[in-house]
Each structure stands twice: as C-alpha cells, then as structure tokens.
Design a binder for this molecule. Sequence first.
Ligand SMILES: N[C@@H](CCC(=O)N[C@@H](CS)C(=O)NCC(=O)O)C(=O)O
Length: 341
Amino acid sequence: MLLSLLAGLTLAGVAGAPAFAQSTPSTLDKIKARGHIICGTSEGVPGFSLQDKSGVWQGFDTDVCRALAAAIFNDPDKASYLSLSSKNRLVALQSGEIDVLARTTTWSLGRDIGQGISFTAVNYYDGQGFIVRKKLNVNSVKELDGASVCVAQGTTTELNLADYGRTNGIKFETVAFATLEDTVQAYEAGRCDAYTTDLSSLAGTRGKLKNPEEHILLQQVISKEPLGPWVRKNDPTWFDIVRWTVFATIDAEELGVTKANVDEMAKTSQNPEVRRMLGVEGKFGEGLGLTNDWAVRIIKAVGNYGESFERHFGEKTNNPLPRGVNKLWTQGGLQYAPPIR
Ligand SMILES: N[C@@H](CCC(=O)N[C@@H](CS)C(=O)NCC(=O)O)C(=O)O
C-alpha cells in the first residue's frame, strides 16, 4: 500500500506539476476561459457603483472592474457584476462566486487575516459620518447620547459606532439592517434619529431622501475607512494583477499619462518611468501574466486615477465630492503608488 502510494507520488513528480496544481486553474485562467471577469459590486451607491438607465454599472469602483477587463481582454465591457449587500459581500468572495470585490469595502486587520481574503490597494480614503434630522438640533455626534442610529449589518460602520459610544461614554440604540435600502428607508421612515455610513455615500443618500433640507450632515468623521478591491488569498498572481491595476492608474496620473495622450506617450515619451509603465521597456505586463501594454489598455479604458475620480465625483456629477485626501501625494494628498520598475 505504502509502496504503491510512493510510486504514485513519484510518477506524479515525474509527470511534472503535482496533480493538485493541475486541477486548480488560476483565477486569471478561469477568467480567460469564461470570457469575462465577475465583479462583486454594491446595491447602488452614487459615484461608486450604480446602474444607469440602461442597467449598465457605472462608477469609481466599477472602473476598477473595467480596468481589469481591459488589462485582461483589451475590452472593459468584458465584466459582469453581482450586486451584494454589506452582509453577504465577503462570503461571495470567499466562496468563489466573484473574482474580485470592488465595493466600498474597508481594509482592516480583522478582515485581512483568518478569512481567506486580502485587501489589494486603496482606491479611496474615506471616513465615517452621520446624517441627522435637523429638528433634533444637534451639531456633533457627542450630542447623540440616547439616540437611535440606523446602520447596515456586517460593516465597519457598526463596529465604529460601538467604539465611539464606549470611548465617549455615550449610549446609542443601534438599529442594524441587512440591506442598504432597508437601512435608508428605516431612517427616512423615522425609525432612527440618525443614519451613519461612509462619508462618501452620505451626501448622495441625503440627496435621495424625500426632503433633503430636513436633514444635515454632521461635520465630524469618526473613523478611518481605507476602501479598495479585495481578492481571495489563494492566488498571489491575481492579487498582484488587481493591486497593480489600481497602482497603474495612480502612477499614470502622477506621470501625466491620460486617456487622450496614452498612445502618443507610448510612442514618443523618453521618460523611463513612462516607458516602463506603458510596456515600451521591460516585461512587467508579461510578469503579471498579461501583455506588456497592460497599463495602456487600462488607461485607454478608464483614464488615469484623476480622470476616473473627476468622471464620477467631479463638479458636473450628481454626487460631487472634493478630492481631499485622495489627491496625489505630490499635491498634499495620500494617494501614493509604488513605482513600476
Ligand atoms: N466601508 C464600510 C461600509 C460599507 C458599506 O457596505 N456600507 C453600507 C451602508 S451605505 C452599504 O450598504 N453600502 C452600500 C453598498 O455599497 O451597496 C465597510 O467596509 O464595512
């Protein structure tokens, strides 16, 4: 018995890669065979991911999926979207239902360890805020002692609220719901005095309430919410592809490479950093299992980081947001991508 087992092992060894490796195709191979990437998305958050009138997902997080589809297939439309609530998003990623989760999901240690998933890169630095009814006459979260607060289940929001209460000796009546719609509806219906979530989606939510002028956004941020795409831990190459897709858009902004000039830059730029990023020099794309012009494809599809930001959060959008700490580090912000070299 032992002998035959050993013989089997030797044979498997002689044949090359061990059997288990052959039976587990990489995430990239699976995506290529399927012909599109499957992206976990939100239940609809203006600016980040929202279906337009024709049912097409649009937004800053959606652009991450479009960029990945462009990097892999040279076609940003080769992506399908699975709408997920806060509560079921991590399970959908863990179980392999989606290839990547790009849905306002905060990076925290507890999520990064022991759950089989990894955070890749920050695409939006956020923080937690509050909307309250004007008639309550409160100006700070500290004045909400005894208030009921509507919150979505399975979020860092819920945990931060509890922390804030403990730290400041305040008691909130936390009312948690499984979906975004239920949470906002409950607040609107008067079930809670306040509604709390990431600041970036609060302004949009307030705009959608029946009488926005009856609600105010408190000028207080109670937490750090670094948001970005997540992948399963079992595939380091796929992790690198997602992480460096986000980084490429940030590096492109820093280097002045735009949707409009990317082709020209690839042809004429003498800047070694630009040449490496656009695959004119080096074999970085191939190293990722893609083509060397992977970043050209990305920038052509979604533009650089600043262009994507402007398209979804700019002045002309329904959900304008200041660039704030999401400015490049060279402009006093936190967005800083490592070099492509
Ligand atoms: N960033 C926080 C909260 C993100 C979140 O899921 N927020 C709730 C309340 S706005 C939600 O349902 N968002 C809508 C969505 O992304 O579908 C987290 O990762 O836990």
